[in-house]
Each structure stands twice: as C-alpha cells, then as structure tokens.
Design a binder for this molecule. Sequence first.
Ligand SMILES: O=c1[nH]cnc2cc3nc(NCCN4CCOCC4)[nH]c3cc12
Length: 373
Amino acid sequence: MTATFSFDLKATDGKARTGVINTPRGDIRTPAFMPVGTAATVKAMMPESVAATGADILLGNTYHLMLRPTAERIDRLGGLHQFMNWDKPILTDSGGFQVMSLSDLRKLTEEGVTFKSHIDGSRHHLTPERSMEIQKLLGSDIVMCFDECPALPADRKRIQESMELSMRWAQRSRDAFGDRPGHALFGIQQGGLEEDLRGRSAEALRAIEFDGYAVGGLAVGEGQEAMFKVLDFAPDQLPVDKPRYLMGVGKPDDIVGAVKRGIDMMDCVLPSRSGRTGQAFTRRGVVNIKNARHADDPRPLDAECTCPACSNYSRAYLHHVFRAQEMISGMLLTWHNLHYFQEIMAGMRTAIAAGAFADWEADFHAGRAKGDI
Ligand SMILES: O=c1[nH]cnc2cc3nc(NCCN4CCOCC4)[nH]c3cc12
C-alpha cells in the first residue's frame, strides 16, 4: 500500500510477467483477474467472500452505476468503496462499451454518445469529460479512458476511423482526468486485428502518457485464434514498464494464453455469470451441474478444490439446489468459479516467478476434458 500508484515488475518467463501494482488502497498481484461487480455488487457474493477467493481488485461498471443509483448519489454516500463495503482497489470502466451493447437509441458523434437507459428509457449523454467526472465521483482507483470499441467483423476503414476517434477521446480523457495522485488513468489501444493500426494507436497513447494500457477491441466475437494472433504482437507495442490490461477476457484457457503473451490484468463476467447458470469451471474442464447425471453423485465438483462448495457439498446437493432454484445454488457455484479463476492466477504468478511457466501451462492443459465431466 503506497500513497501513489506504481507497477513493480518482479519476474518474467518468456513473454509472461509477474509483478505488483501498488495503490493507496492495496497491492494488486499480477497477473490479476478482476471479478466484475456490475451494479456495486459481485452478483451472489458478499464482498468478504470475494476477498476470500483471493481477488485483490474488482471492476465496477460506469454505465450501470450512472443510471442507477447515479454517481452523484454514490458520491454523497461516501463513494463506491464505502457504498459496497469493498476497501481494496476498484477499477471502473468508462461506460462506452456498455452503452453500445446495452442501451437503446444510441447516437455517436465526435462529442460523445447519447443514449436511452435500458432501465427506464431516460436520455443520457456520455463524453470523455462526463465519464471522467462519473468515475471520479465513484472514487475508483483505476479509471478507464472513454473509447469506442467497434463490433467485429468491420472493414479496415471503419476500424481506422474508430481507432482515431478513440485516440482523440483518450486525449480528452487525459485532459479531464487532471492530476490525481494515487489514482490511475489507463489508455485503451484500439485497431481491430490490424497490426499497423494497433501500432499507431499505441504510439498515440504513449505520447499522451498513461499509468497503464489496455488492449481493447478484442473478445468481441473474433474467436480465440484471432485474439491470440493479435496478442502475439499487441502487448509488445505497449510500454514494458506499465500494466497491460486485456478487457473482457475470458475462459480459463483464454486467460492462460493471454498471460503467456504478456498480459497482466483481465476481467470477465464469465465465472460469476456461469456460476449463476450452473456451469462450473474445474481443473478437469466444465461441469454443467444441472445435468441429470449429477443427481446421485456424492463426489464434490472438484476433489482438489478447497472452496466452500467443493469442501462441504456433493454434486448431488448442488444439482438439487439448482433444480430447486434455491439462492444458495448461484452463491456456491459463483464462489467456486471465482476461487478457481484466482487459483489459476496464483498458479501462474508462482510459476512465472520460478521460471516454470511452460511446465505449469502443460499441466494446466493436460487432463482437461472437452465438454461436460
Ligand atoms: O475495447 C474495449 N473498450 C472498453 N471496454 C471494453 C470491454 C470489453 N469487453 C469485451 N468482451 C466481453 C466479452 N464478454 C464475455 C462473457 O460474456 C459477456 C461478454 N471486450 C471489450 C472491449 C472493450
């Protein structure tokens, strides 16, 4: 814990890196996975349970919080950390991505985006300046630039124009963010799957100077192979001494592949959203607990897992509470999935520090069954 924001790169193994991001609200061990706390809660989890899984930081969504309960109300109540009883670091996204994926009647101009709330149809306006103001009111420790993430597939002209708009918005975000010691502002690289456009985006962001750099524009339907092809060059286009954050990723094997290619931070709704639907991620693959074949199975989800779901309950019990639509079902499976994702991150941090990432990765992939187990 320090008064300022800094990144301490501790070891590398190939392109994989491990380190610590120091912030006034606590240290973040990298590579780090951020659970998503969309509307000021990681769904089905108490904050102390999220901390117990090993998470050092969580993500809050500007789009949801600006609509309900509004950033001004959260500010009046002491900020997002106090509001949701989470005293460790919080990263908030800028709202732009979710405006385009969740709201209605959006209008995008040079100024920003105008849209109607998916909750009550009220009209709202988001600009780089307003996004910085909202994230400041929330009190987040890591603020994301306001950008535009084009849906793929898209032609090169569209990708280029969108990237250039995002770079103008990155400058406006930087100017509006101002000087906030202990708080960080991250830029977001765009450029689709094009190496030259991503290189231009990285150069533009370097010139503006940020505390960290996100690889944006991915996990938008391009598929793992295309994403990894971009990750084979994009992280190296970004400053080596700053955290690199891949947005919206992902499944366990996406996460391992991204860390292997030099990514330090990731976030995804997958472990929590899947937990609520009965999909459990384990070291041997995916278990769909609602499947009838688990109804009489006395074994735990994963005998090697130490989470509460695997320590205290059988597959039969988890199957039952999902079939009965009991609230504990989503709680237990979300806890398991977040625990497992943090175990993957901790395993990679240790392996990279020991120069043994390749062995760890081979063990991770060995024995993973395809489909339900
Ligand atoms: O360029 C971006 N800029 C700002 N925010 C983003 C968020 C992003 N989130 C994803 N992918 C999320 C994919 N999820 C997978 C699980 O199911 C929900 C969607 N890609 C993203 C790209 C960006």
